[in-house]
Design a binder for this molecule. Structure first.
Ligand SMILES: CC(C)(COP(=O)(O)OP(=O)(O)OC[C@H]1O[C@@H](n2cnc3c(N)ncnc32)[C@H](O)[C@@H]1OP(=O)(O)O)[C@@H](O)C(=O)NCCC(=O)NCCS
Length: 204
């Protein structure tokens, strides 16, 4: 898969956006101590290595010198979810930017770079957004403001919110499923995805 990179000049300094990053390359970099929204930085680095090692996994990073200060991860959905039954699906598992580098356009530009990868045009890409993963305290946003921020951020690269009866999504009204159909996704795969969105119909 073609590696691409781009430079972003921020008020805090130069950031390199790049990917897909190989496990070897990721291993050679440090990780910001502030990347701890989902797990501690050491475990987060393991998660990046793990995703980059999977056959369809991809990791794009934002880097300041030799340090990872942001990332976006793509992987096959977990086998425990209905989405894994789709043959051409990838999940955007997480996007995170180190707190001191936030609000400078890093996430938006990182997503833009990742979705310039033609390979993603052949996939249905989903993100399942659960409010309990969001940084409500750090951002100062309430749950609805945070949802709006993410809807816009993911919307900037073509994701749209979709209804589903997935019980985890339904657990809280701010949770959401967002989907992006790549431009080369066959109609049959779009239909296969739509069939998966509602599974709990009244069949008795
Ligand atoms: C969500 C997150 C990745 C955004 O990263 P970022 O680099 O700060 O985002 P950007 O600077 O590219 O901003 C993208 C947009 O969101 C808005 N935004 C980001 N943080 C915001 C905040 N705290 N308050 C209001 N708006 C905010 C920006 O203003 C920008 O809007 P614009 O397109 O109108 O200019 C970052 O806040 C983060 O790591 N959060 C913790 C992990 C998380 O919640 N991940 C998402 C779920 S997987």
């Amino acid at each position: 898969m073609a590696f691409s990179s781009k430079e972003l000049v921020t008020p805090r300094g130069r950031v390199i956006l790049e990917g897909p990053a190989s496990p070897e390359y990721l291993k050679s970099l440090a990780i910001s101590e502030h990347l701890r929204n989902f797990r501690n930085p050491a475990r987060q680095k393991e998660a990046l290595l793990n995703a980059a090692s999977q056959p369809e996994g991809m990791v794009y990073i934002a880097r300041s010198n030799g340090e990872i200060i942001g990332y976006v991860i793509f992987h096959r959905p977990s086998k425990h979810t209905r989405w894994s039954r789709h043959p051409r699906i990838l999940e955007l598992g997480a996007v995170e930017v180190s707190r001191p580098w936030q609000r400078m356009g890093v996430a938006k530009e990182l997503l833009r770079l990742a979705f310039s990868n033609e390979a993603l045009e052949e996939y249905v890409v989903i993100t399942t957004e659960f409010y309990w993963h969001w940084d409500l305290r750090g951002s100062g946003l309430d749950v609805w403001e945070y949802q709006r921020m993410l809807k816009k951020l993911f919307g900037s690269v073509g994701f749209k919110k979709r209804h589903t009866d997935d019980p985890e999504i339904l657990e809280h009204p701010a949770n959401m499923l967002m989907v992006r159909f790549g431009s080369k996704v066959d109609k049959a795969y779009v239909k296969a995805f739509e069939d998966l969105t509602f599974q709990n119909s009244l069949v008795e």
